[in-house]
Design a binder for this molecule. Structure first.
Ligand code: C2O
Ligand code: CU
Ligand code: CU
Length: 467
């Protein structure tokens, strides 16, 4: 059957080998993701087209869906003129599938393809993005949502995905140049001037009075932090970074979502028929704007099929043992004012100060796109529990992200987390101190970095080795 495929003609002897046959079958069955230049219509179908980089011609890329416990197979075909990879953000997968160039795989060269193939252990809302030249590749539009479906999802009338993207556009609606601006790298990073949801600026979502919506939010911005208010509604948070939590209202009435962070909300659409309700982002002082709107139809209210508990089934996460855990402290340093001079950890050169290293963890900097020559800052034994204390000794916000593992948030500024909360990215305000815990059960070299991409690629990254 496989041999009949024209693609494989001429590979007769190879096909006799079971391994080659299995590989060919896997490539055949895989979802195809082509990475190439494309066009986005951010301002709507009549607005000026923006030249972007896209997955399968779209930015954001297609929403990939897989059932929990099943295999995800994605064949990535690189049609860019530079190397790329895909990182499956938040997924606890084998190290070789993590997509960090120089650390877990070589870049996928222009014209080449790579098969990502792994089992997804946890249900939830995840996303995918490159980990090579991240600032420019993500900034030009390479990102997509990955949904891992629960075997029995909660009863909702609709499951909506909102991928938030932030663009810095010029007056012709094209991406402004100036990636890797050293000033921005030492400050808040490249915050854009145009925010889209699923590739559209300020979209309107029509809803039926009385329906229950599961809303999956993903912040794929390079640097923008969102603080969302859902006027006229009282959403319940049911998952953070894909991981179920005890359903609770938005703390302080707002959803704070730093780069790379996700939240699953459940909204009861209790607004008035014919009503119009903005969702407002007000993180930056004096710069609030309407991210999206709910527009109620004026028809009869929804029959109200979807009731019942909101709590999502737990994922099979290993529980850290706090009594025996090894403890480490990581101090985040650098940025304006007084940008430090930090040394590259373990680079081949002698460790003199590197002017490109504007940030550091415990005084050491690593290139967050993955650096083959770097040594691990944290060395953990496989199976050991670890409590990490992160201290933000800078004047800036940092969403700190760990690869390959999901951690439990224990405390923030000495106060125990109000809900049992698991995450892969934790947002630290200036001067914050947070404590997280996890089991180092996934062998390999893993990145730990800030997800403000300018910070990530200018030193705010480290490698954690689990052996
Ligand atoms: Cu979205 Cu290294 O991560
Ligand atoms: Cu990640
Ligand atoms: Cu940062």
């Amino acid at each position: 059957m496989i041999g009949r495929r024209p693609l494989l003609a001429g590979m007769g002897t190879l096909l006799a080998l079971p391994a080659a046959r299995a590989a060919a079958a896997a490539r055949d069955a895989a979802t195809k993701l082509t990475v190439a230049a494309g066009v986005a219509r951010l301002i709507g179908p009549t607005g000026a087209p923006t030249r972007v980089w896209a997955y399968n011609g779209r930015s954001p890329g297609p929403v990939l869906r897989v059932r929990q416990g099943e295999r995800l197979q994605v064949l990535v075909d690189n049609k860019l003129s530079e190397g790329t990879t895909i990182h499956w953000h938040g997924v606890r997968l084998p190290n070789a599938m993590d997509g960090v160039p120089g650390l877990t795989q070589p870049v996928i060269q222009p014209g080449a393809a790579f098969l990502y193939d792994f089992v997804v252990p946890d249900a939830g809302t995840y996303w995918y993005h490159p980990h090579a030249n991240s600032l420019e590749q993500i900034g030009r539009g390479l990102a997509g949502v990955l949904i891992v479906e629960e075997p029995s999802p909660p009863a909702v009338d609709r499951d909506l995905v909102w991928m938030i993207s932030d663009w810095r556009l010029d007056e012709h609606a094209q991406l402004a140049p100036g990636f890797r601006n050293p000033m921005e790298a030492a400050m808040s990073g490249r915050v854009g001037n145009t925010v889209s949801i699923n590739g559209v600026v300020a979209p309107v979502f029509t809803v039926v009075p009385g329906e229950r919506i599961r809303l999956r939010l993903v912040n794929s911005a390079l640097a923008r932090i969102c603080s969302l208010r859902f006027t006229g509604h009282a959403p319940s948070v049911v998952a953070v970074d894909g991981q179920p939590c005890e359903p609770h209202p938005l703390p302080g009435g707002r959803l704070l979502l730093g780069p790379a962070m996700r939240a699953d909300l459940i909204l009861e659409m209790t607004g008035a028929p014919g009503g119009d309700y903005p969702v407002v982002d007000a993180f930056y002082d004096g710069l609030s704007y309407t991210l999206a709107r709910w527009r109620y139809g004026s028809g009869p209210p929804h029959a109200g099929r979807s009731r019942g508990p909101l709590r999502l089934p737990a994922n099979p996460l290993p529980l850290p043992d706090l009594r025996t855990a090894i403890r480490h402290r990581l101090d985040i340093e650098g940025g304006m004012p007084g940008v430090g001079r930090f040394s590259r950890l373990g680079a081949e050169q002698p460790s003199h100060a590197d002017p490109a290293a504007r940030w550091a963890l415990n005084g050491q900097s690593v290139d967050g796109d993955g650096h083959a020559g770097s040594r691990a800052l944290l060395n953990l034994k496989r199976g050991e529990s670890c409590v990490l204390t992160l201290r933000n000794r800078t004047a800036w916000w940092h969403p700190m992200h760990l690869h390959g593992h999901t951690f439990r948030l224990l405390r923030r500024n000495g106060v125990p987390a109000p809900y049992e909360q698991w995450a892969d990215t934790v947002l630290l305000a200036p001067a914050d101190e947070v404590q997280i815990a996890f089991v180092a059960d996934n062998p390999g070299d893993w990145m730990f970095h800030c997800h403000v991409t300018d910070h990530q690629v200018s030193g705010l990254a480290a490698i954690m080795n689990v052996a």
